[in-house]
Ligand binder design. Structure first.
Ligand code: ZN
Length: 335
């Protein structure tokens, strides 16, 4: 018996990662089911390669209900010509393709949250198999990794590119240089609620330059955030030296999440009354949201306060909140 680490992935790429040119194809993942006995999940992939140079791995829809990444990456896959590239660009516009097709954060096949499934398993669930393929096949090919996120159906963010604080300060600096090159309206020094199992963590542990984003949310995109995603993608490729030209810079505001005090979680079910909007300045102790009980009239709302000075960087999206939901995130302003 081979251990999971030695077992081959069941995923087969129809593209040749070593061949020059533009190739559109699939990552084919066998998925036997009632309506397709020998069926497959077909994850679209594009490889654009010319000669020697660095490799960028660009991914969207790690969560299936986040749309700026797929918009920018389906567009790039269609329009990026080989003469513009020195090195290699691997584009997977919809990483968790079953979730993307369903318009849900997690996979409808196995409820798998791809961004909590790393390093994955070649003999696991469909979602774990996708994670394993990125872990053992695609990430090792990459020098720089850009993974798009937005708020999805339950969160809404200021548009920012982000990287994490890392033990390797040289790697951390290279990640933040790439965040700066992305040139989103906001740039974030981000902490995670729980980093275990994340694609971010897997890429960072391999020493890659890793950039992620949060670009609005609510289960849709806007004209503005789609443009931010498209421009940021090209900027990162220019920064990496894969596409020629200087990144198209714009003003960015640097934000920091210095501690877990940034997050406010609902301790009540109810109706959310926003008291401040995204980007609004807040002071420690300010009420940022109220949650009104809706079972009967005459009850006072619960008040949620900022634990630090900063700006509202994220908020719960639907009008009703449940106990345990992330209600708000306050980030500090660096400059
Ligand atoms: Zn996400």
């Amino acid at each position: 018996m081979r251990s999971p680490a030695q077992r081959l992935s069941p995923i087969k790429a129809s593209v040749d990662f070593e061949a020059d040119g533009v190739q559109h194809g699939f990552l084919r993942l066998p998925y036997s089911r009632d309506d397709s006995a020998w069926g497959s999940v077909m994850i679209p992939i594009t490889v654009v390669k010319r000669g020697d140079g660095p490799t960028a791995l660009l991914t969207g829809a790690n969560h299936g209900d986040e749309y700026e990444g797929p918009i920018a990456l389906f567009d790039l896959a269609r329009t990026l010509t080989v003469d513009r590239v020195q090195g290699r660009v691997i584009i997977v516009p919809a990483m968790n393709y079953p979730a993307f097709q369903a318009g849900t954060r997690t996979s409808p096949i196995d409820r798998g949250n791809l961004n909590r499934s790393f390093p994955g398993r070649p003999d696991g669930t469909v979602t774990e198999k996708i994670a394993d393929y990125f872990q053992r096949t695609l990430l090792p090919l990459a020098d720089i990794v850009l993974d798009f996120h937005s708020g999805g159906r339950t969160l809404d963010f200021l548009p920012y590119a982000a990287a994490h604080e890392l033990a390797d300060k040289d790697q951390e600096r290279r990640c933040f240089d790439a965040v700066a090159a992305f040139a989103a309206p906001y740039s974030m020094r981000m902490i995670e609620i729980d980093a275990v199992g994340m694609y971010d963590t897997a890429a960072e542990a391999m020493g890659k330059v890793f950039v992620t984003t949060e670009l609005s949310g609510g289960g849709t995109a806007t004209a503005r955030t789609a443009q931010i995603a498209k421009r940021g993608t090209l900027n990162v490729l220019k920064h990496a030296g894969i596409v020629s030209g200087a990144p198209e810079m714009g003003p960015t505001r640097w934000l920091d999440m210095p501690s877990a005090e940034c997050f406010r979680f609902a301790e009540d079910d109810g109706l959310v009354e926003p008291v401040v909007d995204l980007g609004d300045p807040v002071r420690e102790g300010d009420v940022i949201a109220r949650v009104h009980p809706v079972g009967r009239t005459g009850l006072a709302p619960a008040e949620y306060r900022a634990a630090l000075d900063g700006v509202l960087a994220a908020r719960h999206f639907p009008g009703l909140v449940k106990t345990g939901d992330c209600l708000a995130v306050v980030a500090t302003v660096e400059d």
